[in-house]
Design a protein around this ligand. Structure first.
Ligand code: GRG
Length: 292
């Protein structure tokens, strides 16, 4: 599937369009999987299913699944067995965006250029659709082909989401709006709110690809550094100093340096994978190119 014609021989590594092709194929694969995994829009309760599908199929970049597939390639494996976990990670991401947009949280009326779920539907439906998306995410873990991978992936996903992960990061982010903060505090929030899901994405691709030990740790660390850099770049492009923006504690120049430093750390983690790490290296290079 994703590997397609531009496989792991390294030949396509430096081709300027290889990464675009990979990302297109990766997005198409996870979208077709999610389309078949989610309940049909007409199935009862139809309004809930419509809200779930609205949240998922509204034009996301599918970056986290691309990390999962890229990590499976880095592991020297076929990305196809990682499709259920790539679907799971995108469902968790969609769930988090629906919750984040609620008036009681970050209060965004627009998401991806369209009315947020609680605007297009209502708040009760948004909360229930987000909860159902989370349930569907865990349902995908039991579909993993290798029996021991399912429970390990499910347990790790639970940690990435829970009070030590996205939810804990969001709680501290919401509490931080007026409080004095430091780089350490901001990165503690970012490491849970944003980077935890990126590190899960890379780690899970490695697990499904058969890795363990130090190599798996490297993918995990790549995802974490990449995720932190992703949030720094997002904050810089947003220029909104609310919540836990990096711009509350660093100047533009300081944030630029921090993003570059994190991407250097990320790249160092995957050097050991050589040409097989080309997708992950390409994603890091691309993010560096987006630093304002
Ligand atoms: C998952 C149960 C559960 C709770 C989540 C609301 C919350 C708790 C956490 C907030 C997480 C959050 C919204 C982090 C921001 C991450 C971020 C920079 C998102 C934008 O990611 P992109 O650019 O989005 O990949 P697209 O639209 O491309 O998918």
């Amino acid at each position: 599937m994703v590997e397609g014609a531009y496989g792991r021989d390294g030949a396509a590594t430096d081709h300027p369009f290889a990464l675009d092709e990979f990302l297109d194929a990766s997005r198409g694969r996870v979208d077709s999987y999610l389309d078949s995994a989610l309940p049909a829009a007409k199935q009862h309760p139809a309004e809930l299913h419509r809200a779930m599908r609205y949240a998922v199929f509204s034009g996301g970049k599918r970056l986290r699944p691309a990390l999962t597939f890229g990590a499976a390639l880095a592991a020297g494996g076929d990305p196809e067995p990682a499709v259920p976990v790539a679907g799971a990670v995108e469902l968790v991401h969609a769930c988090s965006l629906v919750l984040d947009d609620l008036p009681s949280q970050d209060d965004h009326a627009v998401r991806r250029g369209q009315p947020a779920v609680h605007i297009a539907f209502d708040q009760a439906m948004a909360v229930l659709a987000a909860s159902a998306l989370l349930a569907e995410a865990f349902a995908q873990c039991v579909r993993l082909p290798d029996p021991p991978a399912g429970p390990a992936v499910g347990a790790r996903l639970t940690r990435a989401i829970g009070s030590g992960g996205l939810i804990g990061g969001q709680i501290d982010d919401l509490a931080s709006t007026h409080a004095k903060t430091s780089l350490e505090d901001v990165e503690f929030v970012h490491s849970r709110k944003t980077a935890a899901l990126f590190s899960f994405s890379a780690w899970s691709g490695g697990v499904v690809g058969g890795l363990a030990g130090e190599q798996l740790g490297r993918l995990d660390a790549f995802g974490r550094a990449y995720g932190l850099a992703f949030q720094v770049v997002d904050d810089m492009r947003d220029e909104d100093l609310g919540g836990c923006s990096i711009l509350r504690v660093l100047s533009q120049e300081g944030a630029r340096g921090r993003a570059r430093g994190l991407l250097d750390d990320a790249r160092r983690e995957i050097e050991a994978f050589g040409p097989d790490g080309w997708v992950l290296a390409g994603l890091a290079r691309r993010l560096e190119g987006m630093i304002p």
